[in-house]
Design a protein around this ligand. Structure first.
Ligand SMILES: *[C@@H]1O[C@H](CO)[C@@H](O)[C@H](O)[C@H]1NC(C)=O
Ligand SMILES: *[C@@H]1O[C@H](CO)[C@@H](O)[C@H](O)[C@H]1NC(C)=O
Ligand SMILES: *[C@@H]1O[C@H](CO)[C@@H](O)[C@H](O)[C@H]1NC(C)=O
Ligand SMILES: *[C@@H]1O[C@H](CO)[C@@H](O)[C@H](O)[C@H]1NC(C)=O
Ligand SMILES: *[C@@H]1O[C@H](CO)[C@@H](O)[C@H](O)[C@H]1NC(C)=O
Ligand SMILES: *[C@@H]1O[C@H](CO)[C@@H](O)[C@H](O)[C@H]1NC(C)=O
Ligand SMILES: *[C@@H]1O[C@H](CO)[C@@H](O)[C@H](O)[C@H]1NC(C)=O
Ligand SMILES: *[C@@H]1O[C@H](CO)[C@@H](O)[C@H](O)[C@H]1NC(C)=O
Ligand SMILES: *[C@@H]1O[C@H](CO)[C@@H](O)[C@H](O)[C@H]1NC(C)=O
Ligand SMILES: *[C@@H]1O[C@H](CO)[C@@H](O)[C@H](O)[C@H]1NC(C)=O
Ligand SMILES: *[C@@H]1O[C@H](CO)[C@@H](O)[C@H](O)[C@H]1NC(C)=O
Ligand SMILES: *[C@@H]1O[C@H](CO)[C@@H](O)[C@H](O)[C@H]1NC(C)=O
Length: 687
């Protein structure tokens, strides 16, 4: 019984030994490649996980790919070590990998300049060094004759670029030099790169375009945004007839937009935002059958907005905000049936929303803020037919009109509604009641009155509410403290797709830019109203809330200790109310609190010490005669050793009290006189 088993074991052993030898022969990588890789590794300041230097078969190392068909040894053809947290420099020895076809070291922490010898890798096809800290000049005399993809985006490279680039590397199709420190004229030599399809030069300091660029017949993607180009855009751009994407935004281009869109028959996306283009929209542009996305916001364009929707059948996104367009609102646009994103805000338009806007069935995002619109009830009556509308921004229009009270308005998809700065009269819009997808509501700076409805807790996703600067009365409804979107940290929401950034100006004048609705800080702002009653302890449940402004109301009662439950709170302003009692010690647990004000209330007692309270200035507490401690008026000396005798009490009797009071007023008076502290308004809004 034993013997056959032993034999079997022997056979297995022999076989596995044999095949082991075979495998190791198969796997052994070229010794020069091994030296090159070890050299590369030794220049790094970090270990490469998965690299075993005691194993001589580098083909098994992480990120290394060998060509198994070469003899007598396997040659390394690809080195892909993206996002491996590599730091240190790239050294010469890497150029020993003379069969290398792909080198991808993107998304690491590599520094220094590129070794000259790297440019001698004749087989190299793909070079991705993007997102590192590499610097120096790029592509000195190169022999990279097989190169077709180069990405050195997000580094600190600066010029010059090798004069012979396109002669040595005639097959380059993708060239991404974005977000580096290149400046001056775009190298004329790029015009010789006849194979170029994608040319990405954004985020540098380039100042001028050589004519040679317009010879690149295969170019489909050209990104020049965020550079220092100035002057008019040459109409030779029309020669690039294969362009699909053209972005020249955030430069200083001036003059008219060239009327060449008829020749750019494949152009789908054009952005020229944030330049200073003037004049009318070119006829060929407003008749382009290929355009799907057009972004011209923040220029000085004027004239009427007239699009030929019979021609522009593919237009889905149109962003013309912040220009000088004039005329009645866009009858022409209402037949652009594919339009999904439309922003015309901040133009000199006028009139009512035309009735046939209800045909824009695909509309999801509409901004018409500050366009001199009138007749809000008619606007809402019409827009409710756009069933997919998720973002509606109508702020700074309809001056002094009435908020419609029709409870039957639809808007079933609405996620963001902003009708602020309109001085609207009337009451809270009751038609919002069933709009349960709402995430963001801004009705600030109107004259809305009456109470805030009880049913706020129905808005499961609402996380941003600004009702400030209205005339709301009554108590803060409990529903506002039951918003799931402000309670559950991990409630996952799909924020509406904006298609253009939104701006928010905070009370201290800082302006923030948001590309997604969901990135606004979770906020409840009820300031500058006439709300009464107390601050509900259940506010403490709002763990996701970042900003709570209840200032300038008529709130009474004390500050609930439970507010310490608002773990994410950064701003808490309850100033200018009639709150009494002490500041709860528990508030020191609010570790993200950076702005805090209880000024101008009737609070007393010692200001909590520790945590963020060490950083709040005098102005956070002023106007509360009973408060002391912290940066505020010093409290009376410690009740030294506490003794229960009556004698002790008399020492701190009325005389001492007067002393403290006089001291207090004197301090204040001296401060005012010497100009240390000036009484100032806590919050000033601007926009
Ligand atoms: C490294 O390789 C040696 C020799 O091939 C082997 O004995 C050792 O287990 C390997 N170490 C790791 C961590 O893979
Ligand atoms: C080369 O051989 C190794 C080991 O047999 C294998 O893991 C690898 O996938 C092969 N590489 C190629 C490019 O075929
Ligand atoms: C380089 O590697 C990263 C992963 O780290 C990958 O996202 C990227 O697409 C690669 N580049 C190329 C050109 O394949
Ligand atoms: C270059 O790399 C960056 C990431 O580092 C990537 O976002 C970009 O799309 C790449 N460019 C091209 C042309 O592939
Ligand atoms: C423009 O590029 C600079 C770097 O050149 C970068 O810091 C900045 O964020 C970019 N701006 C935009 C809007 O992309
Ligand atoms: C508008 O464009 C100008 C340059 O013309 C730029 O300085 C400014 O930052 C842009 N504003 C916005 C909000 O993008
Ligand atoms: C844009 O150009 C117009 C006229 O050419 C000029 O009045 C205006 O000041 C310019 N705007 C900016 C932001 O440069
Ligand atoms: C609008 O486009 C259609 C289709 O291309 C064309 O027939 C018509 O002439 C254009 N109208 C104007 C006013 O240009
Ligand atoms: C409205 O949205 C739904 C769901 O996203 C989509 O299926 C539908 O096609 C949209 N309607 C129009 C007219 O675009
Ligand atoms: C608002 O529009 C409606 C419908 O077009 C119209 O009946 C009403 O008179 C308009 N109201 C005002 C104040 O213009
Ligand atoms: C309230 O809004 C009015 C205009 O509607 C404005 O004049 C006033 O400054 C605003 N007050 C505050 C405190 O924001
Ligand atoms: C949020 O996460 C916690 C734990 O990570 C989990 O217990 C809770 O159910 C989650 N809530 C939701 C709404 O997913």
């Amino acid at each position: 019984m034993c013997f056959p088993n032993l034999l079997l074991v022997l056979i297995i052993l022999v076989f596995s030994f044999h095949s082991g030898i075979l495998r190791s022969q198969e796997l052994t990588c070229d010794s020069n490649d091994l030296i090159a890789l070890n050299g590369f590794s030794s220049c790094l300041a970090s270990e490469i996980a998965g690299w075993n230097s005691s194993s001589s078969d580098c083909c098994t190392w992480t990120g290394v790919t060998c060509d198994n068909s070469t003899t007598p040894s396997k040659r390394v053809v690809s080195l892909e070590l993206g996002s491996k947290r590599l730091s240190g420099t790239i050294c010469d020895s890497l150029s020993g990998l003379d069969q290398l076809r792909t080198l991808n070291l993107s998304h690491n922490l590599l520094r220094g300049s590129l070794p000259t010898k790297l440019f001698h890798l004749q087989k190299l096809e793909v070079l991705d060094l993007s997102d590192n800290y590499l610097a120096g000049s790029f592509l000195e005399e190169n022999h990279l004759s097989s190169l077709w993809y180069v990405n050195i985006s997000k580094n600190s490279f600066f010029g010059p670029i090798d004069e012979n680039l396109c002669n040595s590397s005639p097959n380059i199709q993708y060239l991404d030099l974005s977000f580096n420190n290149f400046f001056g004229e775009i190298p004329t030599v790029l015009g010789n790169c006849n194979s170029l399809q994608h040319l990405i030069l954004s985020g540098n300091g380039f100042r001028s375009l050589p004519k040679s660029i317009f010879q690149l017949q295969h170019l489909t993607v050209l990104h020049l945004e965020n550079n220092s180009f100035s002057g008019p855009l040459s109409d030779e751009i029309g020669k690039l007839s294969n362009l699909v994407e053209l972005d020249i935004s955030s430069n200083s281009f001036t003059g008219l937009l060239p009327d060449v869109f008829g020749r750019l028959g494949k152009l789908e996306q054009f952005s020229a935002s944030s330049n200073n283009f003037t004049g009318l929209l070119p006829v060929s542009m407003v008749n382009s059958p290929s355009l799907t996305k057009l972004d011209l916001h923040n220029n000085s364009l004027n004239g009427p907005i007239k699009f030929n929707c019979s021609a522009m059948t593919r237009l889905t996104s149109l962003h013309l905000g912040s220009n000088n367009f004039v005329g009645p609102i866009l009858h022409s646009l209402s037949s652009c049936k594919s339009l999904s994103v439309l922003n015309l805000g901040h133009n000199n338009l006028q009139g009512q929303i035309p009735y046939n806007f209800k045909n824009l069935e695909a509309l999801t995002v509409l901004s018409l803020s500050r366009t001199n619109l009138v007749n809000l009830s008619s606007a809402l009556e019409i827009l409710q037919y756009c069933k997919n509308l998720t973002v509606l921004i109508l702020s700074e229009n309809f001056q002094e009109e009435q908020m419609p009270s029709d409870v039957n308005l639809q808007f079933g998809s609405l996620k963001l509604l902003s009708i602020a700065y309109c001085e609207l009269r009337g009451s809270f819009p009751l038609w919002l009641r069933g709009r349960e997808k709402l995430q963001f509501l801004d009705l600030s700076r109107n004259h809305l009155s009456g109470t805030i409805p009880m049913w706020f807790n129905r808005f499961k996703y609402l996380f941003y509410v600004d009702l400030s600067n209205n005339s709301f009365t009554g108590e803060i409804p409990k529903g506002l403290t039951e918003l799931q979107g402000l309670i559950d940290m991990n409630i996952s929401l799909e924020g509406p797709n904006l298609g253009f950034p939104l701006f928010r100006t905070t009370t201290n004048g800082a302006t923030f830019r948001y590309n997604k609705v969901w990135s606004f800080p979770p906020t409840l702002d009820l300031s500058y109203n006439m709300l009464s009653g107390s601050i509900l302890p259940s506010f403490g449940n709002l763990r996701r809330l970042h900003v709570l402004n209840l200032n300038d109301n008529h709130l009474t009662g004390s500050i609930p200790a439970s507010l310490s439950g608002m773990k994410s709170l950064e701003i808490l302003d309850v100033s200018h109310n009639k709150l009494s009692g002490e500041i709860p010690d528990s508030l020191v647990q609010l570790s993200f609190l950076s702005k805090f004000s209880v000024a101008y209330n009737e609070l007393y007692g010692e200001i909590p010490t520790g945590g963020q309270f060490l950083t709040f200035p005098y102005s956070s507490f002023e106007g509360n005669n009973g408060l002391c401690g912290g940066s505020y008026t010093p409290c009376q000396p410690e009740h030294a050793p506490i003794q229960s005798s009556d004698e002790q009490m008399t020492i701190f009797g009325s005389q001492f009290g007067y002393g403290v009071l006089t001291g207090f007023f004197l301090t204040i008076a001296i401060c005012f006189m010497s100009g240390w502290i000036l009484p100032r308004q806590i919050a000033t809004s601007s926009n």
